[in-house]
Design a protein around this ligand. Structure first.
Ligand code: GDP
Ligand code: GDP
Length: 436
């Protein structure tokens, strides 16, 4: 599963500089989720082939009494749930009482962390880091975030601890199960929907839900198809109704999206689409996930308002036009059964094996329909295409001057491939390879 790295430290030690360095590196794939919380920044990044999520938790001054108070709930959650904590200190300031307090605090929470000594540019590295061994760690990283120095080696080392996910070998894939993540911001009705989906007469729940630290995985069958529901709301972990509902967690949500075949994004019809919905949607698209949208609490909408609301939603969802939208009531069950048709179709599109001959034919048709532009008097030539992978379907196109293909033309190609291959509910990725 995608590793999550949290950056902690006092203000001004260079956390945002490092965050930017990581999320803006040349091959970074950034979905900025900052809109989800007031002042925490979440970014998805990629170093080499490995994606990871990085969280800038904001400044913590380390005033021991005040630590809890200063850290918003989401930061604390982020630190709890992070797979690795990078504790940044400032080489120019040397070891500071606040750093020590923060280290004690992390230890109290049983959180292991790496000490990262930043701003070593222009300093003698050994002298600069010497001080910080007093924090009680065996090794530390020395970097200059502003110049990117040491950053990649550090991340490589941190990521090396986590096993890479092999796409087709997981337990769930072997069982031919469709993994469906139920995500959405707080109070949109995720828990109600999970209960409704599992409470359906046709559903047979196989296992006691397997709990992981992140979300709850529930295995069930419906009409001869197996599903694994990834429950980010944690409904089924509660032993009884009196137990507090688990807090909404962005880390959990991001991981669930990453691990799913199909994301079921739940929204609230009464509130329309708010920025937080858009951020989650943006992340699903960046992650290349097949997607089904559920506009919930439709029962409370007056019939004369329905058309207007639908029009408004379609306007805002234009960039996710490949996703089916359902208007449902999780509370009453209306429309819930219909979600399966879209989930199954999106899964089958997202995981379909593409045929090389067919892809090249579609490419030729697209080029005939609308030729790629000329660059400096030479036309971009797209010669042939082949399949690069699934979930999402990846089409690799070989040709000349492919580095100059404009975004608009790439979007046109994506649309043609989706149309000609009858792909529903999933984005298509295109990668170009130079054949010169
Ligand atoms: P944050 O409050 O921890 O997020 O810190 P910032 O990223 O805003 O950085 C605080 C200051 O340190 C800024 O003026 C940065 O330009 C500077 N800074 C960050 N990284 C480095 C570095 O590697 N070397 C030097 N010399 N300055 C840095
Ligand atoms: P979660 O935080 O996303 O898991 O949301 P919950 O499932 O806990 O639902 C939040 C509130 O919305 C609860 O009071 C639910 O009863 C209510 N709710 C959920 N689905 C519906 C629905 O379809 N219609 C109406 N009217 N209320 C709903």
């Amino acid at each position: 599963m995608i590793p999550v790295i949290a950056l902690v430290g006092r203000p001004n030690v260079g956390k945002s500089t490092l965050f930017n360095q990581l999320t803006r590196s040349r091959d970074a794939l950034v979905a900025n989720l900052s809109g989800l919380t007031r002042d925490r920044k979440y970014g998805e990044s990629r170093l080499g082939a490995r994606p990871f999520v990085v969280i800038d938790t904001g400044g913590i001054t380390g005033d021991e009494m005040g630590i809890e108070a200063q850290m918003a709930e989401q930061s604390l959650l982020a630190i709890e749930e992070a797979d690795a904590v990078l504790f940044i200190v400032d080489a120019r300031e040397g070891l500071n009482g606040a750093d020590e307090a923060l280290a004690r605090h992390l230890r109290q929470r049983n959180k292991s962390f790496y000490v990262v000594v930043n701003k070593i540019d222009g300093l003698n590295e050994e002298v600069a880091v010497g001080d910080f061994y007093a924090l009680g760690v065996e090794s530390l990283f020395a970097i200059a975030a502003a110049h990117g120095r040491g950053v990649r080696a550090m991340i490589d080392q941190v990521l090396a601890r986590f096993p890479e996910r092999e796409p087709d070998s997981s337990e769930f894939d072997r069982r031919d199960s469709i993994r469906v993540a139920i995500v959405g911001r707080p109070n949109v009705g995720k828990s109600t929907l999970v209960n409704r989906l599992l409470g359906e007469e046709r559903v047979v729940v196989f296992d006691e839900p397997g709990t992981t630290r992140d979300s709850i995985y529930i295995d069930y069958g419906r009409d001869a198809q197996r599903y694994t529901l990834i429950d980010t709301a944690g409904v089924r972990r509660r032993k009884n109704v009196h137990e507090a509902v688990e807090k909404f967690s962005i880390v959990k949500t991001l991981k669930a999206i990453d691990d799913a075949h199909v994301v079921l994004l739940v929204m609230n019809a009464h509130e329309g689409i708010v920025d937080q919905d858009m951020h989650l949607l943006g992340h699903c698209i960046e992650a290349g996930r097949a997607l089904v949208l559920a506009v919930n609490k439709w029962d409370g909408i007056e019939p004369h308002q329905r058309d207007w609301i639908k029009t408004e939603l379609n306007r805002r969802l234009i960039f996710a036009e490949y996703a089916d939208t359902h208007f449902i009531s999780a509370l009453h069950g209306t429309g819930v059964g219909n979600l399966y048709k879209s989930i199954n179709a999106a899964h089958s599109s997202a995981t379909r094996k593409l045929n090389t001959n067919q892809l090249t034919r579609i490419l030729e048709g697209a080029v005939q329909e609308h030729a790629p532009p000329m660059i400096n008097g030479r036309r971009i030539k797209l010669r042939y295409a082949h399949a690069g992978g699934q979930n999402p379907p990846l089409v690799i196109i070989h040709g000349n001057q492919v580095g100059k293909v404009p975004n608009g033309y790439q979007r046109f190609l994506e649309k043609v491939f989706r149309r000609e291959l009858n792909l529903v509910g999933t984005p298509v990725r295109i990668e170009f390879r130079a054949s010169e």
